[in-house]
Design a protein around this ligand. Structure first.
Ligand code: CO
Ligand code: CO
Length: 455
């Protein structure tokens, strides 16, 4: 049974999981009105999992986006998931002691494998540097279809952690292997993140990072080909814009590369400055975004369409469901730049992907939906008349309020930093109750594995 049900309320145990959860959990009013808790919070087994990760999306980042877009009294789509808890995100150092502030690589390793590792490492052990099985690999082994969607490079930390194992997160393409000597094809290793992701035959890979996949492989059986050519050889449909994505069909895997690097953010505005900005409205567009660039929402919708129509990618014809990871990556990147408008636009874009996931789950109730973050970040909502020591910006929200945002994790010109705070995890569907209370992010691996009954 769950940690939550064990012990603390022994008299209620006999009532069974559904009654216990209904009795003990504060369900948001919106969710309670539309969805019986017995269905959204149940035990049992999921056919599908949709895991949505907001990179750097701590409580401050969520609250900023809520205040700006739907108002302080409004609710985002991610706020409507009925089961909400918090989880801890620390990494470990080279001696196995807590490293209180994680990076995205160690964090993703935590939820993807159930094991903590050192910062910069991807799905390998902290001490012996050995590969750890990931939730995506287990899903594939059990005949499920798999997908990964991100606004960052597909070789960036979060998508990389589920489909690759490298000593250092910088080893994204065949030309980037300096920090991963033991992982190279020449030494008998599996190669870069891009090569491994394609070799895994993940059914749907959508994101940025075309520049990395266009690097030429210099060792091993694919020597002389680019990673994109390796993908085509393995049967991938390769698409590079919204029109190509629309035309993609289930049956063979899809590799979508929609930007040379990370996909440009949706919104723009004046970054925070020392002493603060004048009150500003965010610009809800970005001239750097190419016209044919699909949003995270569009990518998520297409990924679900493809995975729903995929029968285990030829491994299994029975159609056992799928595991899909969706990352809103640039909440973190804009936070690092102390750019509140960029950050809010990316959180809002992520929230629209959550809406798509919840619409799918409404039609397919045997779907576990989880939204969470990989770590906290630097933005803070402070009083409008405060004078923060670091950088700050004042925004005029959609409901007409003034909101001051402070970034104070780095002095001078340095970029802002992650924080070591616990972050929200919320869920609906089979095994959703496992996110309740305070857990550690390594427990998310067990939640996903249990929900999908993976062996
Ligand atoms: Co991160
Ligand atoms: Co970051």
């Amino acid at each position: 049974m769950t940690m939550w049900a064990a012990g603390r309320r022994p008299r209620r145990r006999a009532l069974g999981a559904a009654a216990l959860l209904v009795a003990g959990v504060v369900v948001p009013a919106g969710a309670a009105a539309s969805e019986p808790a017995s269905r959204t919070a149940g035990g049992g087994t999921a056919r599908n999992v949709i895991l949505l990760i907001g990179d750097g999306m701590g409580d401050s980042e969520i609250t900023l986006a809520r205040n700006y877009t739907v108002g302080a009294g409004g609710r985002l789509h991610m706020d409507r998931l009925p089961m909400t808890g918090a989880y801890t995100t620390y990494a470990v150092d080279g001696r196995g002691r807590p490293d209180y502030v994680t990076d995205s690589a160690a964090s993703a390793t935590g939820w993807a494998t159930g094991h903590k590792t050192v910062n910069r490492r991807l799905s390998k052990t902290w001490d012996t540097d050995r590969p750890l099985p990931t939730i995506l690999e287990l899903a594939q082994r059990n005949g499920l279809a798999t997908g990964s969607v991100t606004t960052a490079e597909l070789t960036d930390a979060t998508p990389a952690a589920i489909a690759a194992h490298v000593t250092d997160r910088s080893c994204q393409g065949p030309a980037d292997m300096k920090r991963c000597p033991g992982d190279t094809r020449g030494r008998g290793g599996p190669g870069s993140v891009a090569e491994q992701s394609v070799a895994h035959r993940v059914d749907v890979l959508l994101g940025g990072g075309k520049r990395v996949f266009d690097q030429t492989i210099t060792e091993g059986p694919d020597k002389g080909r680019t990673v994109t050519q390796q993908a085509r050889r393995l049967g991938y449909q390769v698409v590079t814009d919204a029109a190509g994505l629309r035309a993609a069909r289930p049956g063979t895997p899809v590799l979508g590369l929609f930007a040379p690097d990370a996909q440009p953010s949706e919104w723009t505005g004046k970054p925070a400055t020392t002493g603060g900005t004048a009150p500003q409205r965010c610009v809800t567009s970005n001239p750097e975004r190419p016209a044919g660039s699909p949003s995270l929402e569009a990518q998520t919708r297409k990924a679900l369409e493809l995975l729903d129509g995929t029968r285990g990618n030829g491994r299994d014809r029975t159609g056992k469901g799928f595991f899909l990871q969706v990352e809103g990556a640039s909440i973190d990147k804009e936070d690092h730049e102390a750019n509140p408008c960029g950050q809010i636009g990316e959180t809002a874009a992520f929230d629209r992907a959550v809406r798509v996931a919840r619409a799918y789950a409404a039609a397919h109730p045997d779907t576990l939906v989880v939204t969470t973050a990989d770590h906290g970040h630097s933005s803070q909502i402070v009083p409008v008349d405060s004078r923060p020591a670091g950088k700050s910006a004042t925004l005029v929200t959609d409901e007409g309020g003034r909101m001051k945002v402070s970034y104070g994790t780095n002095a001078g010109g340095g970029g802002q930093e992650h924080t070591g705070v616990q972050v929200r995890i919320a869920a609906q569907g089979p095994q959703a109750h496992r996110v309740l209370g305070v857990t550690d992010q390594t427990g998310l691996f067990t939640t996903l594995r249990t929900a999908l009954a993976l062996r």
